[in-house]
Design a protein around this ligand. Structure first.
Ligand code: HSE
Length: 438
C-alpha cells in the first residue's frame, strides 16, 4: 500500500520532513509506504540541498490540496493565510492534514476541527507545540486517565535563548536580541517570539487538549520579555530565582475540586516572564531547549524536555503524525475518525480574568532615600491585603534607593490596587519592574 503525501512548503521544516521521508533506512517500516507525490513551493527554481523526484514541485498549492491522488496534506507554510484556507480546502477534499502551524490552529482550530469532524478526516499537530517534543499525543492519549491540574512550560526557544544568555552574560535584552538575530536564533521581526504571542498560541493548544475544551485565543494573557532587565536577572539570582518566559494553563479549583463541572472550573491562561525558584525543574531548561511540565491526578508531576524548534526536531514530529495517520488508514475501513486521533471538543473553557489570578509578585522600586519609605510601602501593601515575603534594599542606583519586594500569594487585582496607591507616594521615583513569581 502506498500513501501519497502532498507537502505544502519546503522551508526549514519542509526540507527536514522530505529528508526523513526520503531516507527510511532504520526507521519505522511504514515509512517505505509513504511517497512524496507533490510539493508546493513559492520558488521552484531555487537551488535546494534536497534530492526530490523530478517534476513534483509546483507553485499551485490549491492543485495539491484538491488532487484526488493525495491522501495526506502536510501543511508547513506557517502563518494564518493561505495556510488556513488550504487546510480547509484539503479537508473539504477528504484529505487528512498534518500541520506544524500553531498560529492557525490556535486561532482557527474550532473551524478546522469542526470541518475535519464533519468530513471524517484527521488533523494532526504534534509539531505545532514543542517541536520534536512528544507532548500532544501524551496529552491526548498517555495521560488520558488523569485529571490535569496544570500545564506549564517554556515553549518558545528564541526567548529562552535570549534569557539564558542575559543570565550568563549579565547583558541587556536589546544587545542579546541583536546578536540572536545575527546568529539566526531570532527573526528579523522578533515580535511573535519576544512579545509572548508564539507561546500564547502554543499554550492555547495545550490547554485545549489538557482540559478538554475549546479556547478563544484572544483570552490568553500574553506579556513578553522586552521589559526584563539585567538588573532584575541579577536580583532574581540573589533571591534564589531565574527568570523564564512561562506559559501557564492552570485549573482554578472550584469549591468541590474533585467534581468536574464547566460552571465551577475556570482556567488561568497566561504567558509572562516569571521568577522560577532555582530548584524547580523548569529553572534548568536553558538555551533553545523547551520543556512542558504537567501536573495531573494521579500521575503527579511529569516533564517533557527537548528541542522545540529547528528542521530535525520539528520534522521528527511531523513524520510521526504522518505515520500515525497512515497506520490508521491501513487498518481502517470506515471513514470515521479514530477516537484516539480526533479532536472533538465543542464547548469553550471559562477563563479567569487576570485580576482574579493568585500569584506571588516581584517588584522593584526606585525611591528617594528618605526615612520611612519602606514603612509606607509596607502600610499600603498591608491595607490592600498584600502580604510581603521579603523586602530588600541592596543599594543605591543613580542617587536613588532601590527597593525590591517579593510578595506572598496575592490576588492580582489587590496587588494592582496597592501599586496604584504606591505610585502616588511622593518618595516613589519609578517602578521599573513588576514580575510574577512561581
Ligand atoms: N520561534 C519559535 C520558537 C519556533 O522560538 O520556539 C518554534 O515554534
Amino acid at each position: 500500500m502506498t500513501f501519497k503525501i502532498g507537502l505544502l512548503g519546503l522551508g526549514t521544516v519542509g526540507a527536514g520532513t522530505a529528508q526523513i521521508l526520503l531516507d527510511s533506512v532504520g526507521r519505522h517500516p511504514l515509512l517505505q509506504e509513504l511517497e512524496i507525490a507533490r510539493v508546493g513551493v513559492r520558488s521552484p527554481d531555487k537551488p535546494r540541498d534536497i534530492d526530490l523526484p523530478a517534476g513534483i514541485l509546483t507553485t499551485d498549492l490549491e492543485s495539491i490540496v484538491t488532487d484526488p491522488e493525495i491522501d495526506i496534506v502536510v501543511e508547513l507554510i506557517g502563518g494564518l493565510e493561505p495556510a488556513r484556507s488550504l487546510m480547509l480546502q484539503a479537508i473539504a477534499s477528504g484529505k487528512h492534514v498534518v500541520t506544524a502551524n500553531k498560529a492557525a490552529i490556535a486561532l482557527h482550530g474550532a473551524e478546522i476541527f469542526t470541518a475535519a469532524n464533519e468530513k471524517g478526516v484527521y488533523v494532526m499537530l504534534e509539531a505545532a507545540v514543542g517541536g520534536g517534543i512528544p507532548v500532544i499525543q501524551p496529552l491526548k492519549q498517555s495521560l488520558g486517565s488523569n485529571r490535569i491540574q496544570g500545564v506549564m512550560g517554556i515553549i518558545n526557544g528564541t526567548t529562552n535563548y535570549i534569557l539564558t544568555r542575559m543570565q550568563l552574560e549579565g547583558a541587556d535584552f536589546e544587545a542579546v536580541l541583536a546578536d540572536a538575530q545575527k546568529l539566526g536564533y531570532a527573526e528579523a521581526d522578533p515580535t511573535a517570539d519576544v512579545d509572548g504571542l508564539d507561546a500564547a498560541d502554543k499554550i492555547a493548544i495545550l490547554a485545549s487538549l489538557a482540559f478538554g475544551g475549546r479556547i478563544k485565543r484572544e483570552q490568553v494573557y500574553a506579556e513578553g520579555i522586552r521589559q526584563v532587565s539585567a538588573e532584575d536577572i541579577a536580583y532574581a539570582e540573589k533571591l534564589g530565582f531565574v527568570i523564564k518566559l512561562l506559559a501557564i494553563a492552570k485549573r482554578e479549583e472550584g469549591p468541590t475540586p474533585q467534581i468536574q463541572t464547566d460552571v465551577e472550573d475556570r482556567l488561568q491562561l497566561r504567558v509572562h516572564p516569571t521568577l522560577v525558584p532555582k530548584q524547580h525543574p523548569l529553572a534548568n531548561v536553558n538555551g533553545v531547549y523547551n520543556a512542558i511540565f504537567v501536573e495531573g491526578d494521579p500521575i503527579g508531576q511529569v516533564m517533557f524536555y527537548g528541542r522545540g524548534a529547528g528542521a530535525g526536531p520539528t520534522a521528527s514530529a511531523v513524520v510521526a503524525d504522518i505515520l500515525n495517520v497512515a497506520a490508521v488508514l491501513k487498518t481502517e475501513t470506515e471513514p470515521i475518525p479514530h477516537p484516539l486521533l480526533s479532536c472533538s471538543h465543542q464547548h469553550y473553557c471559562a477563563i479567569a480574568p487576570m485580576e482574579d489570578v493568585v500569584t506571588r509578585f516581584y517588584a522593584r522600586f526606585l525611591t528617594q532615600d528618605s526615612p520611612g519609605v519602606i514603612g509606607e510601602l509596607g502600610t499600603i501593601f498591608g491595607k490592600n491585603g498584600v502580604s510581603l515575603e521579603s523586602v530588600v534594599q541592596i543599594g543605591m542606583r543613580e542617587n536613588q534607593a532601590e527597593i525590591v519586594v517579593v510578595t506572598h500569594d496575592v490576588k492580582e487585582g489587590n496587588f494592582n490596587h496597592a501599586l496604584a496607591e504606591i505610585r502616588n507616594l511622593e518618595a516613589i521615583v519609578s517602578i521599573p519592574s513588576l514580575l510574577r513569581v512561581l
